[in-house]
Design a protein around this ligand. Structure first.
Ligand code: AMP
Length: 218
């Protein structure tokens, strides 16, 4: 399966991608995770990216696209992959198309997580992430057994800087002005399948698996 998960921040793309990739042995590629790693390691790309990320703006296409195309070439994607948070602009989508054509691995499907603003706000403000393994929790929807501690590895849970109220507003505006047009881009290529990002995590997981089965991807 070669998939893109498309949708606003807080739609649940990262949570679903982690579970689906575990179940189907796919490679999970999240540009947000790659960028946060680069920032943490103070790489040249990370240093450039940080100021954009702190404001909730998009990191320039060249930086993000290079990260993904390098990764696609460096890792074994023969079992399939799931792109989460990339592409986010038409330019990135075109770069991705070209890279996948060169690898002879065209996309099978783009899953669009249609999500209301109410859900986005509640998901992002309540999201907590494990500092050690990156597992995603939510203070009410997916609480950890012990407050502030990851169930999986015992790491410390933290709130992303860009999950604070002021930055969230900008991220939603950026999504509406720069990323939303990808819905039409992929609709025209007949790759788009829409699911509801408002659904509960477990329900949506079942819907996604069903969508893949019905489309002959499983
Ligand atoms: P995410 O974890 O997907 O919410 O991404 C966090 C932040 O990383 C975004 O608000 C952007 O600043 C940056 N980012 C992630 N993916 C991209 C992308 N494909 N293009 C540009 N910026 C990105």
């Amino acid at each position: 399966m070669k998939l893109v998960l498309l949708g606003p921040p807080g739609a649940g793309k990262g949570t679903q991608a982690a579970e689906l990739c575990k179940e189907y042995n796919l490679l999970h590629m999240s540009t947000g995770d790659l960028l946060r790693e680069a920032v943490k390691n103070n790489t040249a790309q990370g240093i450039k990216a940080k100021s954009y990320m702190d404001k909730g703006d998009l990191v320039p296409d060249e930086i993000v696209a290079a990260m993904i195309t390098d990764k696609l070439k460096a890792v074994d994607i023969s079992a399939g992959f799931m792109l989460d948070g990339f592409p986010r602009t038409k330019r990135q989508a075109e770069i991705l198309d070209a890279a996948l054509i060169a690898l002879n691995m065209p996309l099978d499907m783009v899953v669009y997580f249609a999500t209301t603003e109410e859900t986005i706000l509640s998901r992002l403000t309540g999201r907590r992430i494990c500092r050690s393994c990156g597992r995603i929790f939510h203070v009410t929807n997916i609480p950890s057994k012990k407050e502030g501690i990851c169930d999986g590895c015992g790491g410390e849970l933290y709130q992303r800087n860009d999950d604070k109220a002021e930055t969230i507003k900008n991220r939603i505006n950026v999504y509406n002005s720069q990323t939303k047009e990808l819905i039409d881009y992929y609709k025209q290529k007949n790759l788009l399948r829409k699911v509801s990002g408002d659904m509960d995590v477990n329900e949506l997981f079942i819907v996604l698996k069903d969508t893949f089965k019905k489309s002959g991807l499983l």
